[in-house]
Write a protein that binds this ligand. Structure first.
Ligand code: GDP
Ligand code: MG
Length: 144
């Protein structure tokens, strides 16, 4: 199944100049960039995006981390894109992520973990729409 998934390069990724490295890993895995932008996350967007952890004690810390700087949002397209991205990322806690994964190589801990990737095709569809309008997605144009 060809899918489009949402990736966010988090503030630690940008501060440590790992954006190129992380994007390279996705490109080398055969994924296509079909959307790309830099933005500051508002309280509203963040509360929606992280609704599943909004009642956890760490949420205020997570919010301030995610608002430390702009993030880079990517829409990545390809065969099995959702799982491919999650496999390349590694698990949430960077300390438990295997070497060779993005989080295992470049992350710090359970919060400061370099990258977001949608966790299911259903959420990918919702999250891509959260960050990109139709006119900001170029899947068709890139096929020409
Ligand atoms: P993901 O899908 O692997 O990114 O993980 P989740 O959806 O479960 O959590 C969303 C984000 O919340 C993670 O990527 C982390 O940045 C943050 N987070 C998750 N667990 C913890 C935790 O135990 N402590 C802190 N401070 N942040 C966490
Ligand atoms: Mg998640």
């Amino acid at each position: 199944m060809v899918e489009t998934t949402l990736v966010l390069l988090k503030p630690d990724c940008i501060a440590q100049k790992h954006s190129g490295e992380v994007i390279s890993r996705f490109e080398r895995a055969g994924l296509d960039i079909v959307g790309c932008k830099m933005l500051l996350l508002s309280d509203e967007v963040l509360a929606e995006h992280y609704a599943h952890v909004a009642d956890r004690p760490f949420y205020p810390e997570l919010r301030s981390f995610m608002q430390q700087s702009p993030v880079i949002a990517l829409a990545l397209n390809g065969e099995g894109a959702v799982k491919k991205v999650r496999d390349l990322m590694g698990p949430t806690d960077s300390r438990k992520a295997a070497k060779g994964t993005i989080r295992g190589d470049l992350g710090k801990d359970a919060m400061t973990n370099v990258v977001h990737g949608s966790d299911s095709p259903e959420n990918a569809a919702i999250e891509v729409k959260r960050f990109f309008s139709d006119s900001e997605l170029f899947e068709e144009e890139l096929k020409r």
